[in-house]
Design a protein around this ligand. Sequence first.
Ligand code: NOJ
Length: 533
Amino acid sequence: MAASELAWWQKGIVYQVYPRSFQDSDGDGVGDLPGITARLEHLRRLGVDAVWISPFYPSPMADFGYDVTDHRGVDPRFGTLADFDALLARAHALGLRVVLDLIPNHTSDRHPWFAEARRSRSDPRRDWYIWRDPAPDGGPPNNWVSAFGGSVWQWEPATEQLYLHTYLREQPDLNWRNRAVEAAIHDVMRFWLDRGVDGFRVDAVQNLVKDEMLRDNPPNPAYVDGADPYDRLLRVHSGDRPEVQDHVRGMRRLVKSYGGDRVLIGEIYNAVERLMPYYGTAGDGCDFPYNFQLIRLPWDARAIDAAVRRYEGLLPAGAWPNWVLGNHDRARVATRVGPAQARVAAVLLLTLRGTPTIYYGDEIGMRDVPIPPGRERDPWGINLPGMGLGRDPERTPMQWDAGPGAGFTTGEPWLPIADDWRTVNVEAQRDDPASILTLHRRLIALRRTEPALHGGAWAPVEAEGGVLAYARESGDARFLVALNLSPDEASLSLDSVGGGEVVMGTHADGEGRAVQGRLELRGDEAVVVRLRA
Ligand code: NOJ
């Protein structure tokens, strides 16, 4: 496809903001919408195209906004609808798109819909959620395990039935087999699309539809004792049912009725081959289901090489790829791979084929922050202590400058600020040519100007050991990307691609050098080489 025919979300880069932690504007220690608006300039300077904002809707915050009581509002902690409109207007004025988090799988248990549903078995709203009698032995109706620990079933003494919650008991699942639920969520989508948003990242979309008979999930033969209990069973009946595609199609039709440039992104944690159905058939599904392989794979050149090849091979015709290095649910990339490799990872993310998503703070190399006992906030970590599942470490405040509160807040931050904030911050890195922030900005600029990098074909290049290599090309322009994922020196034969010139890399002093025959890489070095035609 010619790069000029690509949509913004294909050519562009998404930046994820976790609103509690981006910028506090009123000193309560929690980030908010006016704070995001005030910091949009950072995104523009970085060169990204869109901001995806994690939920800011009214919520009791049992799961920090993924438990919604009103899908059409703004939680007062985050501001007002007028603040949202101002954010959207400012973003659009800066040429940035705004993507919202849509949470259709569940609501808060304090949502008015659930308040009605739990009132009586005959309430018209009852069937908006999933209720069952206990099993004959008095136990739960089936063996499904909640993502955050324990059974998915919660007993309601008032009506003597149990309701299903894939996540917290404070997050009852909606019943998508009831078409009124779909219509209600479509109304929510219209509400935001009418305000001018550019699309949605759809939370937990694979879980929308459950097996009609709620059959037990089979045991997972690969499960090892001590691992996350959520993985004890294969979740073949509790989610990822074929029926879900019908609802994805419905969401797409709605989103695209507002114009082809609105984007629909699915959040799906699945084996790669099970991501593909979410593209739909003949492009009637998500624009892209999120691809979390770089978060989950060992940081190993051969493993990543195999995964990229496999993913590229599995993509249906015309399906658009995407890559993610970090998000609010997983350890930060700089912690997973270390600071030197975080730079290599940036080169990887920004040169692979497909839309990259950058998690706030990763562009300055923020690391997971150890949370002292008593300050944990994430229910996942609190419910399953000692397993390292808590997500607070990757959700700590953005480090803007070396001042008090890291420029994030004038108050007491809701999570601790990293110890290294005086040196690892936006202001310190902004004009430093060697900083990881500058590396991101330059890579993004290169990706934007070179059609081969934002829209061109991808081809594997044979490499060994710690080196990962591939080519990108469009028309006459050809690039080689070579990444040394190890701390040791390494080299790569250029026989199959020819020679060229290093145009960008993790090590600025390596730029401009001509390469021919063999490419020598220092430990932790990644380069982008413009190949001779
Ligand atoms: C996925 C979200 O990313 C996560 O943060 C949340 O806890 C669950 N879905 C439930 O909404």
